[in-house]
Design a protein around this ligand. Sequence first.
Ligand code: DX5
Ligand code: ZN
Length: 224
Amino acid sequence: MAGIIAPSILSADYTNLQRDVELVEKAGAQYLHIDIMDGNFVPAISYGPNWVKQLRPETDMVLDVHLMAVNPEKFVDQIAQNGADIIGVHVEATPHIYRALQMIKDQGAKAEVVINPGTPVSAIQPVLGMVDQVLVMTVNPGFGGQAFLASTVDKIVQLDTYRTMNNLHFNIEVDGGITDQTIQETYIAGANVFVSGSYVYDKKDPAAKIKKLKELTNVSVVRD
Ligand code: DX5
Ligand code: ZN
């Protein structure tokens, strides 16, 4: 089965957002990735929970919210009530990751835990049994258009192995520097949800880019 492609609107044209969302939906993207940044956990400020509310009626895609904020517990209820399907919280952003994930689940949304490139899989092992998705950052979070960090791939393999050994079913998502040159490596390692921002939106023809990413994740893999 081809991978799930999650275009990141961080690289979309905000003055033509409806057009840019429709374009990727028609091209077969299944998730829409929404990066909320607080200027504190990461250097930049992007947009807030209200964007989720305004985008909800505009698309049938799964709204995949990546929350880059300190103390994410302050925001998860509102984001869920605004219509997010999946909410991702960074383990580095709160001393209470279990509580933050539980709050998301209590709201009826899918819970995702996120790890930065410098964070080992062992830091999230205690919550792997309760999440629907794990996001392995393949760049340092905060900006689009950065180069893929190959050193993160081993963590995808570790998560995939842990998932199989423990009969768990969480998705493994990757985010940062995902292009036609890097996606297959993460797919082969075990990822099945692929965020892509600048590769999809920056140049011409986002629809063709999505088709290409799908093709590259529609090969059979024999894992040993
Ligand atoms: C970065 C964000 C990403 C970003 C990815 O902190 O989490 O979702 O939009 O952009 P690209 O695909 O350009 O690396
Ligand atoms: Zn993101």
